[in-house]
Design a protein around this ligand. Structure first.
Ligand code: EPU
Length: 344
């Protein structure tokens, strides 16, 4: 289906600084920066396809710019959170891709809808959360996603992906694989619950919820916010992109021999028989919390988070990250892969 044509209200800037569009706080420029607030504006802009390279960004909380971007950066400011269906158990909430993620979580908690509370305070926007399948404290965004609507960058046609078509897995979706760079997500529809269905099994979450007075939506949100604030830097104060690396997944025998050598090593068995390891713990064990790098380092309370100590360039971060990867490989024989999307 094609979008209808209309008068374009799109915002377009040339040679635009992306400093405020990446939480790492890296200075980089976009040749062209375009912001759209509706599907129709976006379709009019795409027309029969863009001739220059394009990059779709959300809140920039998972991006690392190594160079300027010599093309068009597209940013959705599509708003709206609308109930599109409901029955006695579920609510289907259709949300604009430009909505701030934590505003969505706060809104669902305030309305008494269950599902997203463990994902409180994650930086970023709704569209990118579907690409990345953001997750925390035992819940992933994809668990709740019913469908994703998008506009094709090649011909402005409307596309719709069901939950299964999105192929969500740990920090993964079809939008990071064969659909990478092909679409702009415009709306995400979530299936939320009207009845309590808490997931409090991760770490010390249930203990903190009990201390706050027991399991309610507000208490779970508060506990998650407190735990995150204690462990993760506030992007408004310290530049970072959250977890810089993904937690590596290894075969069970590899995990068993690591456990023998390092009995304290946290390990998380997965349903498929493989075992997820903690990248943060391994980086910490390699001593990276105490290294005196001038511009780049790891966060003192969570070694998985690479931080901009001020004035870091993209290439400084890459050099630092490569040294971290090497040290983990040398000590544990495990290869870390970046979660962050490197541009340039
Ligand atoms: N640990 C250390 N030292 C560190 C960091 C971690 O010893 O410096 C240990 C912890 O004590 C714990 C284990 O490693 O035993 C795991 O740490 P944590 O619970 O903080 O979680 P994580 O696996 O490091 C993942 C996500 C986070 C998410 C948390 C909670 C990834 C890549 N990261 O981190 O997501 O908040 O679990 O669910 O999966 C993000 O994606 O930006 C992010 C912050």
């Amino acid at each position: 289906m094609q979008c209808k044509k209309l008068i374009v209200m799109i915002k377009k800037f040339e040679s635009y600084s992306l400093l405020l569009h990446n939480t790492f706080g890296i200075e980089a420029k976009a040749k062209t920066f375009v912001e759209f607030s509706s599907e129709d504006e976006l379709c009019s802009f795409i027309g029969s396809g863009l001739e220059t390279p394009s990059l779709v960004i959300g809140g920039g909380s998972n991006l690392l710019f190594v160079n300027d971007f010599d093309g068009i950066v597209l940013h959705s400011v599509i708003n709206g959170m609308d109930i599109v269906a409901e029955d006695e158990n579920d609510i289907l909430l259709r949300v604009g891709s430009g909505v701030n993620w934590d505003e969505l979580v706060a809104y669902t908690v305030a309305n008494g809808w269950y599902g997203l509370e463990n994902l409180s305070l994650i930086p970023g926007e709704v569209g990118a959360s579907a690409v990345q399948n953001v997750g925390a404290y035992g819940v992933e965004a994809g668990d709740l996603i019913e469908k994703v609507e998008a506009i094709s960058l090649s011909d402005a046609s409307k596309r719709c992906f069901t939950h299964d078509e999105c192929r969500f897995a740990y920090r993964y979706s079809i939008f990071k694989a064969e659909e990478k760079g092909r679409n702009v997500i415009t709306y995400v529809t979530y299936r939320l619950k009207k009845n309590a269905a808490f997931k409090l099994g991760y770490g010390n979450l249930s203990e903190r919820v009990e201390q706050l007075g027991g399991a309610t939506l507000e208490n779970v949100r508060r506990a998650v916010c407190e735990i995150r604030e204690a462990k993760l830097p506030n992007p408004a104060e310290i530049g970072s992109a959250g977890s810089f690396f993904m937690n590596p997944v290894v075969a069970a025998p590899v995990a068993a021999s690591l456990k023998e050598a390092y009995p304290d090593m946290p390990q998380y068995p997965l349903a498929d028989g493989n075992v997820k390891l903690s990248a943060g713990w391994m980086i910490d064990q390699c001593g990276w919390k105490n290294t005196p790098h001038e511009h780049v380092g790891v966060y003192r309370y969570q070694a998985l988070v690479v931080v901009n100590r001020g004035g870091a360039k993209g290439e400084d971060v890459i050099a630092f990250a490569s040294a971290v990867v090497e040290s983990v490989k040398e000590k544990f024989g495990v290869t870390l892969n970046m979660e962050v999307n490197v541009i340039g």
